[in-house]
Design a protein around this ligand. Structure first.
Ligand code: C5P
Length: 325
């Protein structure tokens, strides 16, 4: 299986819910940075992980891919045998790119094939949603609006435009729950202090906070009409201006060096710059494949990140690839 990383072109976050999650409106976008997953029959379930950041991925029942295998077995394949999952990682771990969710999605689709369970996409999406908020999107791929925890998906109808992205990987990780908690603290401080009148902390970060729903103080997350219009018209410039992420101020508060990375990308001509999901990866939109190549080289030389990668999107979700012999 091959499964893509995701970006959030918009991530609007509501207040915390009773179950600890936050209601979201997000625009997911799958890009051509892939993990590769193999599923083979085995005596008992197991997982082995190699590649980018493999030492930070659990190889026990906590592994999201094994949790997806267990969820499929419980839902639809009670008498299925054991399976060994092999994951070759290229999506960095705890980087805001949903790499763990991607591996879970691939394991789910792989075992559905391996066991001949025969579940269709709607049923797979339901099981995926139980495993994690981003897993269903990794099954679907493309560009899609996510609501609820992010698991309720509507594919975005858009022309077949391919966008050129540059990803700047940071030297370090951010924990997703820690970033959501930092956002709750920032918002509580904003509501209680004078910053609320002046537009809140988000307003101070200038271009790095473009389009943030936080800036407008909205409690209910709302889909950004300008972003959707940019996607419908395939206009990269408009898309670059409309990128937004409510988690960005929280990620920047925990990882201040990312400000420099975002600023460097904009100075180097990116059409837009944003922290990816809960970070710390930063994403930049380029006007063309050539501009992405230039931007990647310049960012790499600027010393503002650990490494860079180029990717295009949208791409399909978890899919079987023919074995190369
Ligand atoms: O669903 P998943 O396990 O990927 O979420 C990881 C963590 O991110 C959750 O435990 C929660 O702290 C936070 N989260 C959230 N609201 C969401 C999605 C994730 O608060 N909609």
């Amino acid at each position: 299986m091959r499964v893509p990383a995701k970006l959030n072109l918009q991530l609007a976050v509501g207040p915390p819910r009773a179950d600890g999650y936050h209601d979201l409106v997000t625009v997911f976008h799958a890009v051509s940075l892939f993990d590769e997953i193999t599923a083979r029959p085995a005596e008992r379930d197991g997982v082995s992980v190699s590649g980018e950041g493999a030492d930070r991925v659990p190889e026990d029942g906590d592994n999201l891919a094994l949790r997806a295998v267990a969820a499929l077995r419980a839902a639809a394949a009670a008498d299925a045998g054991g399976v060994h999952i092999t994951i070759a990682k290229r999506i960095p771990v705890a980087a805001g790119l949903a790499g763990g969710s991607a591996d879970a999605a691939a394991a789910l689709v792989a075992c559905n094939e391996l066991w001949g369970t025969g579940l269709g996409q709607p049923q797979l999406l339901e099981i995926a949603a139980q495993v994690g908020s981003d897993v269903a999107f990794a099954v679907l791929g493309g560009t899609a609006v996510g609501r609820g925890r992010g698991e309720r998906l509507t594919p975005a109808l858009a022309p077949a435009t391919s966008y050129h992205w540059v990803l700047a990987f940071a030297d370090g990780q951010l924990s997703t729950p820690a970033v959501y908690a930092a956002l709750d603290r920032l918002r509580a401080a904003e509501a209680g202090g004078p910053a609320a009148e002046s537009g809140g902390p988000a307003a101070k970060h200038g271009a790095a906070e473009q389009g943030s729903a936080t800036r407008h103080g909205s409690a209910e997350p709302v889909l950004d009409a300008a972003l959707m219009s940019a996607l419908r018209s395939g206009d990269a410039r408009q898309l670059g201006r409309a990128l937004s992420n409510d988690l960005q101020p929280a990620a920047l508060s925990l990882f201040p060096a990312l400000r420099k990375t975002l600023a460097a990308g904009l100075e180097l001509g990116a059409l837009g710059a944003l922290v990816s999901g809960s970070g710390p990866t930063c994403l930049f939109l380029a006007a063309s494949a050539d501009r992405a190549l230039d931007l990647a080289a310049s960012l790499s030389g600027a010393g503002v990140c650990r490494s860079v990668a180029r990717a295009t999107g949208p791409v399909p979700g978890a899919a079987v690839v023919p074995a190369v012999r």
